[in-house]
Design a protein around this ligand. Structure first.
Ligand code: SDX
Length: 428
């Protein structure tokens, strides 16, 4: 193992350098403070590795994304979402029999406990479905407590119930009766039917939309140590149960800088159209730094070249729209913005490219999914990744509770003099 030297206050210290299977190198500083009295300071953790992991590999410079070594382009084209769940969580591709058994296991858990339906009644009509998802997932731990014996089943339970939880949240928001899962359908088809079937009519899942949703779920399935997955690991490091950890990850994903961006992209495109469609003027406002507005769906902490998922999603938009014979002005606008930004020095200099959120919402719209549900769609896709990382950490005997340090910059010691506040009458 190679090493790196640090010279501090005239003394020389040596630290090992670990190398990953793809040649990534990390300075191992577990005993930095004990040896030198120093800690590192890296706000946003842009240069800090929290773990070693074998689940997902990203090369931001080359636009590479692989799940357990399989290139995302091949997984997206040839895989099924349930198969990718198995691959990410259990570390290997399932055989046909293993996949069949996994699906049958999931099909036994697609229903919610009937008492959970009462929770939905308490939400106001405009409740954001991410608030509902976070609460419902945490509540699953009241119905299915976690023990070493129940953990495997609870993993299957959340993978199976997540689509039902999400579809019920949608039905609640539109005031329609909830539609129960139909286990003869694929995961994506089951979800689309629970979302859009109404008792008064027959409902046939459109195979074009089923295929597009399968791809969207796969593309969102994992992405190494992003904000919500790191949240999943952070909460899991305290040995909180799986459902509580997922609920925290859902909240982390909700932010507009992360998974909430797919909703913000559509709102941004709709605002540009409502304002006359002059996207160049909007981009000038972004570049001016005016009120910190950003080109949502652009930029990434890791990808400093294209996000391979955005390329696949842009192709999917074209394919789905052609097959459905629809055209959405937002797609044209998004393509014009991408073309314009990729030639603009501001974006080129900062290596800002479309990310996974730039085109995903346009496809969700084509499916009839409302904008407020877009980050829930991201949640459904990212679930297997969150679970895989949580389990990888849970299995790691070296894993410890996450507890970063800080550099204190507040007041130094001072007297809290007695101002007689304790003698003040309480109340008004
Ligand atoms: C996801 O981590 C993951 O893997 C996430 C994800 C996943 O699969 O889990 O890929 C999913 O969250 C994708 C990102 C979705 N978010 C957005 O689309 C929101 C818009 N993008 C950003 O706000 C931003 O690009 C981030 C949050 C994605 C990345 O932020 P960083 O790495 O902290 O970069 P930064 O904010 O420090 O920006 C660096 C520079 C700044 O300019 P200067 O101060 O150098 O002049 O680039 C500028 C920023 O102002 N910049 C943008 C911009 N993103 C960065 N300027 C305009 N529009 C943008 N979108």
């Amino acid at each position: 193992m190679s090493t790196a030297k640090l010279i501090y206050e005239g003394k020389e210290y040596e630290f090992p350098v670990v190398e990953g299977s793809e040649g990534e190198k990390g300075l191992v500083i577990g005993d930095l403070r004990a040896k030198t009295g120093l800690i590192t300071l890296d706000p946003g953790y842009g240069n800090t590795g929290s773990c070693q992991s074998s689940i997902c590999f990203i090369d931001g410079e080359k636009g590479i994304l692989r799940y357990r070594g399989y290139p995302i382009e091949q997984v997206a084209e040839r895989g099924r979402f349930t198969e990718v769940c198995y691959l990410l969580i259990y570390g290997k591709r399932p055989s046909v029999d293993e996949l069949r058994a996994f699906r049958e296991k999931m099909n036994r858990h697609t229903l919610l406990h009937e008492d959970m339906k009462k929770f939905y009644e308490g939400y106001p009509p405009g409740a954001h479905p991410m608030a509902i998802m976070a609460a419902m997932v945490a509540s699953l731990s009241s119905f299915y407590p976690e023990t070493p014996e129940t953990l495997d089943t609870n993993i299957v339970r959340i993978l199976a119930k997540s689509k039902t939880l999400a579809a019920f949240a949608y039905k609640k928001s539109v005031g329609q009766p909830m539609v129960y899962p139909h286990n003869s359908l694929s995961w994506p088809a089951n979800f689309l039917r629970m979302m859009f079937a109404v008792p008064a009519e027959d409902y046939e899942v459109n195979p074009v939309l089923e295929e597009a949703l399968n791809l969207l779920l796969i593309l969102h399935a994992d992405h190494e140590q992003n904000c919500s997955t790191s949240t999943m690991r952070m909460v899991g490091s305290s040995e909180a149960n799986l459902f509580a950890s997922i609920s925290a990850a859902i909240c982390g994903l909700w932010g507009p800088l992360h998974g909430g961006a797919n909703q913000s992209v559509i709102e941004m495109l709709e605002a540009i159209i409502a304002d006359g469609g002059d996207y160049k003027r909007f981009i000038d406002r972004v570049k001016s730094g005016e009120s910190h507005i950003r080109l949502m769906g652009f930029g990434h902490r890791v990808y400093k070249n294209f996000d391979p998922r955005a390329k696949l999603l842009k192709q999917t938009c074209d394919r789905v729209f052609a097959k459905l014979g629809i055209n959405d002005p937002l797609l044209e606008l998004a393509k014009n913005i991408e073309e314009h930004a990729l030639r603009d020095e501001y974006f080129v200099k900062r290596k800002l490219y479309p990310n996974v959120d730039f085109y995903s919402g346009i496809i969700y719209r084509a499916m009839g999914i409302p904008t407020e549900m877009f980050t829930v769609m991201f949640t459904l896709g990212r679930l297997p990744g969150w679970i895989a990382h949580w389990m990888e950490q849970r299995r790691d005997k070296e894993s410890r509770i996450h507890r970063p340090r800080q550099i204190y910059t507040g007041e130094t010691i001072r007297e809290f003099e007695d101002r007689g506040t304790k003698q003040l009458p309480t109340g008004r």
